[in-house]
Write a protein that binds this ligand. Structure first.
Ligand code: 0O2
Length: 257
């Protein structure tokens, strides 16, 4: 998993050249493809910044109205060239710039860490109401957690980026989760990917139990929030029921980390 870095560009993309994309052909073709790749990545990075800004604006507006921030942090990441190539191969596609745009929906990633579970849905609704944001896919791993206990709301959206001579719609993957969900996901990732250690069924059960405790914690904190702040979300007209939900909404049976 590429590391999500707070407000940072993934500079590795500049040095970590995607030679794998330059599959065959002449050196000139390889150079052309490399230039196209760099340009595409720059566009994704712009889209990622657009989405990050949109969430910062929503956070500012909400905090003006309610004296608290629904967003505890935003992290962004560009998928690494290695992960892109691996994913394309896994999906059965030859690595190419065209294949990236057609098949990889999470090149640009924005992770929004929210204070409370209701903030997750409120922010998602507020974002999706914006007329330049188009929902491509929505996976609600909070309503239906993954078998290992992973919870988050995943959205794939397109947003426009305005270039000097054209406007381009770019895809961005957004993961919205609470602090507790993020805590669990970060530690689960560390534990599961520890090299040279077999992850046993007992360990998996324990992790799942921790996920349940974290869900309970979120639920109780949300109850407290209601008692302290009342109904803060009256002004947000929920369009959750109206958005098109992809067929892939239901989580896969496998842990896909
Ligand atoms: P990175 O570094 O974010 O690229 P995919 O795995 O992408 O082929 P799908 O269905 O497109 O499959 O992805 P899905 O289920 O929407 O989730 C993909 C991302 O969600 C992962 O990205 C993780 O960031 C996160 N995620 C999903 N499941 C888990 C989990 O069980 N544990 C943790 N810690 N994170 C999870 P990548 O591609 O793995 O990494």
């Amino acid at each position: 998993m590429a590391e999500y870095t707070r407000y940072a560009m993934d500079e590795r993309l500049e040095s970590d050249s995607l030679h794998a994309l330059a599959t065959s052909g002449t050196a000139w073709e390889a150079q052309q493809e490399w230039e196209e790749y760099r340009t595409l990545m720059a566009y994704y990075r712009c889209a990622m910044m657009e989405v990050e800004t949109k969430f910062n604006v929503l956070n500012t507006e909400f905090s003006l109205r309610h004296d608290r921030n629904p967003i505890s942090g935003i992290k962004t990441r560009m998928k690494s060239p290695k992960s892109i190539v691996e994913k394309l191969k896994r999906l059965g596609h030859q690595p190419s710039v065209q294949a990236i745009e057609a098949h990889i929906h999470d090149v640009a990633g924005v992770r929004v860490i929210c204070s409370f579970t209701e903030d997750v849905y409120t922010l998602a609704d507020a974002l999706l109401k914006q007329d330049d944001v188009v929902l491509v896919e929505r996976k609600d791993y909070i309503a239906s957690p993954k078998p290992n206990g992973y919870r988050s709301l995943h959205l794939i959206v397109t947003v426009p980026i305005f270039l000097a001579r054209e406007k381009r719609e770019m895809q961005v993957e957004i993961q919205l989760r609470t602090i507790a969900m993020d805590f669990w996901a970060a530690l689960e990732h560390q534990l599961r990917y520890k090299k040279d250690t077999t992850f046993t069924d007992d360990m998996a059960r324990e992790l799942n139990f921790c996920a349940e405790i974290s869900a309970m914690l979120d639920s109780r904190m949300n109850t407290l929030r209601r008692e302290v702040f009342g109904d803060e979300f009256e002004y947000v007209v929920s369009e959750r029921d109206n958005v098109s939900v992809s067929d892939e909404e239901q989580p896969a049976g496998e842990d896909e980390e």
